[in-house]
Design a binder for this molecule. Structure first.
Ligand code: 4AD
Ligand code: MG
Length: 447
């Protein structure tokens, strides 16, 4: 019976014949017998294969080194001793592909994350990256499930676009070798699906996007990528409070899903990298997020007496050190900051009556800082058009967006969750390059 190791390890039907295939993590030889730790990617746990030398050809056995791919047909039994619970006594061995020990880069039991980043194509074969990318899958699945169960429609927004929703000048241009304006006007890779997402929400009621996004910001930090994935729900008739409820409920659901469905991988990552991981995840799930305004937050930071690398004052864009101070030192809870100065936020956010702030909301997390950014949107045509004009955004490019405010406009809200920041949080990893299979950052775009 062909079976994945994850399923086999759950089984308690012993004595049956099984067929497993995977990659050799280690091959320990003793005099008459050897032990292979086999991993097929389905779980962080290896399956022990017992090989009695008399049954097999010596030269063939020699080729089975760390990294080789093999198939084993054999008997699944309860292990006689040692720390293994179960094992497979090999009856037949098939060698698919060898991995020359002189060349194979993953010989050692442990490698540094920095080294593994240089061999991103092979790091997937380690327990660490297996755990991370199974988790990434689990989070993607949880996200689709969450929205589907709540009547949101998955809505696909363009990757190539002519709009710049965040207006931060971080665009990657799209052109061909021969033509600068293949599309008849300058185009770029999207920084966010929001503006088109709003069009969807104002027709379907509630939508979400889950899409790659691209930012040419030159920030080499633990939490920035040039290509990252974003989840952007957008809901007609939601105000900022509904938006905060949704964001909190949504992210707690994802974290709970991880705790309930990826316990083995979490346990492994916690043991290897972050002993407080489980506590931190439970802490977020079990606590209400603190809600306060940017103005109140800045006051706390100013009065804290803490020395920050970047100065903090009303009007300043908060840095991760400020965000983390509020979350980790001051409140010791996740925080939702609202009502930011309009100058540091995007043009589409709903303007407050004070004329200075907009109805923005950022969700701030321990270790990460900003994990979600969103807002209620300005639904009033005149106010929105005026803001677009003030910021010098070419009105002719925005006609389609403004049309939603001309025809059947309604209050609406949404936010963006940085997918990799979520995966960072639930894996306890500390560098965003380690939670996307093939990271793109300034000066780094291999494969
Ligand atoms: O705060 P941002 O820029 O918000 C938007 O793009 C809005 N259009 C979202 C919306 O309201 N629909 O980005 C949203 C989130 C951030 O909170 C952060 O988690 C993540 O996207 N993010 C990045 N993640 C990795 N690398 C980067 N360079 C990121 N920039 C933003
Ligand atoms: Mg933001």
């Amino acid at each position: 019976m062909k079976i994945r190791i994850v399923d086999l390890l759950k089984s308690d039907i012993y004595g049956i014949d099984v067929y497993v295939r995977g990659w050799v993590r280690t091959h320990r030889q003793s005099k008459n017998i050897s032990f292979i730790a086999l991993n097929d990617g389905s779980t962080v746990h290896n399956l022990q294969i017992v090989i009695e030398h008399v049954k097999f050809e010596k030269n063939m056995l020699k080729t089975i080194t760390t990294g080789s791919a093999i198939g084993i047909k054999g008997k699944f039994i309860r292990s006689a001793g040692g720390k293994q619970q179960v094992e497979v006594i090999a009856g037949n061995i098939e060698v698919y592909g060898i991995a020359d020990p002189q060349e194979y880069p993953l010989q050692k039991k442990e490698h540094s994350l920095e080294y593994l980043r240089e061999i991103a194509h092979l790091r997937l074969r380690t327990n660490t990256f297996g755990a991370i990318f199974r988790m990434r899958h689990n989070m993607a699945f949880a996200i689709h499930r969450y929205f589907n169960e709540r009547g949101f429609f998955y809505f696909n927004t363009p990757i190539i676009t002519t709009s710049d929703s965040e207006g931060a000048g971080e665009l990657f241009e799209v052109k061909t070798e021969l033509k600068d304006d293949f599309f008849g006007s300058p185009a770029n890779l999207t920084v966010s699906g929001q503006l088109e997402g709003e069009l969807g929400a104002l027709a379907l009621g509630a939508i979400y996007t889950f899409s790659p996004t691209f930012r040419a910001e030159n920030s080499n930090t633990f939490r920035h990528l040039s290509e990252f994935w974003m989840i952007e729900p957008e809901v007609a008739f939601n105000d900022i409070n509904d938006n905060m409820e949704l964001a909190e409920d949504f992210i707690k659901y994802c974290i709970n899903y991880a705790l309930e469905n990826a316990a083995d991988d979490i346990e492994f990552l916690a043991k290897m990298y972050d002993e407080e991981l489980v506590d931190r995840l439970k802490f977020v799930v079990n606590n209400e997020f603190v809600r306060l305004t940017y103005t109140e937050g800045v006051k706390i930071l100013e009065e804290s007496g803490h020395k920050f690398e970047f100065p903090v004052f009303w009007g300043a864009d908060l840095q991760s050190e400020h965000e983390r101070f509020l979350v980790e030192e001051h409140f010791k809870k996740p925080v939702i900051l609202t009502d930011y100065p309009k100058e540091i936020k995007a043009f589409y956010m709903k303007q407050n009556d004070d004329g200075k702030t907009v109805r923005a909301m950022d969700v701030l997390f321990p270790k990460i800082g900003e994990i979600i950014g969103g807002s209620e949107r300005e639904e009033n045509y005149e106010k929105l058009a005026k803001r677009i004009d003030e910021l010098g955004i070419p009105m002719k490019d925005m006609w389609w967006y403004l049309d939603t405010r001309r025809f059947g406009t309604v209050p609406h809200s949404g936010f963006g969750l940085g997918f990799e920041r979520l995966v960072l949080f639930v894996t306890g990893m500390t560098n965003i390059r380690d939670v996307i299979p093939f990271p793109r950052t300034p000066n780094n775009c291999e494969f």
